[in-house]
Ligand binder design. Structure first.
Ligand code: NDP
Length: 339
């Protein structure tokens, strides 16, 4: 059995969907209440591969909210993640994806040190960040959506916002080795880590977002921002392809412009309907078929019986592993969401 540990994007979002998830008593509660709420299994899932194989899964709502980080409720945030992991393990889940901020919190607050959660000894090989599949899907979105829009990669300046992150660095590795993009701009706050990435890649220009946006034909957004950022359409090149892989989204702007294309990044579409409710709750356009690539990774590991923490740690995603998960993705009927 596979599992997905997820969270909602804001307190407002959580309050709005509490009723739908079957927890009406959560609907008008504030952050304090969510800080003490335990994890819950709120969905059972059946997925059929195009090979005919069927698997079953569970969705664990961790009750983490990005506002907990802004309010410096770090202890509550970290408790949410380890409690959700223990809950998944206790319920017999073999391989669970740590969706959205779950893996970021796990890494940033070094939760690998916490092995014991009450009577559960966490077995980390039962968890995956899902970031290898997410990075692979974003790279395929860059390649395929640019072709759809007639943007020639060999003439294109590509900016990766969040370049030094786990997903961002893998995307940079792929773009560097597998495409002929003209230029790669690297955006993140910590300049030391940018420097290390530049050395690893042997290319790339460190830039601020303000410098990078006006020159970019393609922008990949994979920064771990608890709240989205506003971008002025006047500062963008036309046409411009924006691939927003953030959860919550990195971009809050709705560009009503025929030359600015915003694609939901790191999202896959399955060839067959999935029996679940949860993707409707996180506002996917086609909830029966569209899902986060990190969640799809745990499904792929279950289909293939690769019971291992396939994606783990930080900045260790290799092109070989992206190829491996990419092949499994195609085999079981997933494809990158396009425009
Ligand atoms: P990491 O924490 O590994 O990396 C985050 C990156 O963002 C770092 O380079 C960080 O560098 C940079 N960053 C953070 N804040 C800012 C900022 N304000 N301006 C510029 N750069 C910033 O995160 P992940 O790679 O694990 O995840 C990235 C995003 O992808 C998250 O939003 C996550 O929720 C989402 N995600 C989506 C998935 C999907 O299936 N679609 C799956 C998993 C994650 P620095 O701190 O130096 O600025």
């Amino acid at each position: 059995m596979f599992g997905l540990i997820g969270h909602l994007t804001s307190l407002e979002h959580a309050q709005a969907v509490a009723q739908e998830l079957g927890f009406p008593e959560y609907a008008d509660q504030g952050l304090d209440f969510w800080c003490s709420a335990p994890p819950q299994i709120v969905d059972t899932i059946k997925v059929t591969s195009v090979t005919g194989q069927q698997i079953e899964g569970r969705y664990v709502e961790s009750c983490f909210l990005p506002e907990m980080l802004a309010a410096r409720r770090i202890k509550a945030a970290t408790r949410k993640i380890v409690n959700a992991m223990a809950h998944a393990q206790k319920n017999g889940v073999d391989i669970t994806a740590l969706g959205g901020f779950s893996s970021i919190i796990f890494e940033n607050f070094k939760l690998q040190q916490i092995k014991q959660v009450r009577n559960v000894t966490l077995e980390f090989q039962r968890f995956t960040t899902g970031n290898t599949h997410t990075a692979y899907i974003i790279c395929r979105q860059v390649e395929q959506a640019s072709e759809q829009l007639g943007i020639n990669l060999s003439d294109a300046v590509v900016t990766v916002c969040g370049a030094t992150g786990d997903i961002g660095s893998a995307v940079c590795r792929w773009l560097n080795a597998r495409t002929d993009i003209k230029e790669l701009c690297l955006v993140a706050r910590n300049q030391e880590r940018i420097q290390m990435l530049k050395e690893e890649l042997g290319r790339g220009k460190a830039m601020s977002l303000e410098e990078a946006l006006p020159q970019s034909d393609i922008v990949v957004w994979v920064a771990s921002m608890p709240k989205g950022t506003e971008v002025n359409v006047e500062t963008l090149k036309h046409p411009c392809l924006m691939i927003d892989g953030g959860y919550p989204k990195n971009l809050t702007s709705r560009f009503n412009h025929p030359d600015i294309f915003v694609l939901n990044g790191g999202i896959v579409e399955h060839s067959l309907d999935i029996d679940w409710r949860i993707m409707g709750i996180v506002n996917m356009d086609v909830p029966a078929r569209q899902l986060f690539a990190c969640f799809a990774e745990s499904m792929l590991l279950e289909f293939e019986k690769w019971y291992t923490n396939f994606s783990w740690g930080r900045n260790q995603i290799t092109l070989e592993k992206m190829d491996q998960i990419g092949k499994a993705s195609i085999k079981h009927g997933f494809r990158p969401l396009l425009i």
